[in-house]
Design a protein around this ligand. Structure first.
Ligand code: SAM
Length: 296
């Protein structure tokens, strides 16, 4: 456990999808005056340097947000993508893209003073960095960092006092049991607070647990009589190829998905024009594609 560090992956195509969906949800959820509680079950370090040693090693942002920033084929970007890029840009000096905000900072930027944000992070180094980053915000009671198991947040914080909540569940899936824990947590969350918005990110990789996860979440939502939305983005083939020396070349993460139970009714409309543009701009081969389904 704990070999995963999000700094290697910050700003990659999975972050682009996840954070675009996150921002679109928050834009809607912060329109009503009543306080919103946001639970970020796997928060990471909060802020990342794209020119750091970590980011340089894998260069994943180069195939994610950087491609979106560079693309200029004359076609205007969908409002949800513009919103995403503008929010990331607001963490940077004009014209630079050194800093990438993780989910904690993206969420906090969009909250009102009376909203609440609970950030869970277990990695000792990342939790420390997150605490230090959050301290700079001077956000007082608005933001709390918990060095605890994020899957435990449901019993602690649901239902929230104002009866409005968004939960983002973004595990590293380093341990196979994370897939089952996501489903158990979503089941429990719906039981305790049926009207919360529950968003789960997952990798699309050739592994049965990953394949089954959205299917299980869909069954859960359908049985509970709750609406759901499922968006996926594939940027390349998942096939293992070989380099000229015959050495196996793993493709890296080829695709990912976001499954949302009780999505804001505006989310599908926001993603419809955005996803084809992500395919066009982030796609690396002819396998690039998106899906956008909803039900309930
Ligand atoms: N949500 C972040 C973002 O979008 O910027 C990225 C999170 S990263 C994919 C997953 C994080 O979860 C890692 O930093 C890892 O250390 C942490 N983690 C792993 N297991 C955890 C657990 N059970 N509870 C809380 N954090 C955990």
């Amino acid at each position: 456990m704990f070999s995963y560090r999000h700094a290697f992956h910050a700003g990659n195509h999975a972050d682009v999808l996840k954070h675009t969906v996150l921002i679109a949800m928050l834009r809607h959820l912060t329109q009503k005056e009543a306080a919103l509680t946001v639970l970020d079950t796997h928060a990471g370090a909060g802020l990342y340097r794209l020119d750091s040693e970590f980011a340089d090693t894998s260069g994943e942002a180069a195939e994610g947000i950087q491609r979106l920033l560079q693309a200029s084929d004359g076609e205007a970007l969908a409002p949800a993508l513009q919103d995403y890029l503008e929010l990331v840009a607001s963490f940077n000096a004009k014209g630079s893209s050194r800093v990438y905000p993780g989910s904690p900072f993206i969420i906090q930027r969009l909250l009102r003073e009376h909203d609440r944000l609970k950030l869970y992070e277990l990695h000792p180094t990342d939790a420390k960095t997150l605490e230090a980053n959050v301290a700079q915000l001077d956000a007082g009671r608005q933001v709390a960092v918990l060095r605890e198991d994020g899957f435990g947040c449901v019993n602690k914080f649901l239902p929230p006092p104002s009866r409005r909540a968004l939960l983002l569940c973004d595990p590293s899936y380093e341990i196979k049991s994370d897939y089952a824990r996501v489903v158990t947590m979503a089941t429990e969350a719906l039981k305790r607070f049926a009207t919360g918005t529950y968003a789960v990110w997952y990798p699309i990789i050739p592994r049965p647990e990953a394949h089954d996860l959205p299917r299980k979440l869909k069954t859960l939502a359908t049985k509970a009589g709750k609406p759901w939305l499922h968006a996926t983005l594939t940027v390349k083939s998942s096939k293992i190829t070989s380099d000229p020396t015959g050495e196996a070349k793993r493709p890296g993460l080829p695709a990912s998905g976001m499954f949302v139970i009780n999505p804001p009714h505006t989310l599908k409309g926001a993603l419809q024009p955005a996803l084809p543009q992500l395919v066009k701009r982030l796609g690396q081969d002819r396998n690039a594609a998106f899906t956008l389904d909803s039900g309930g």
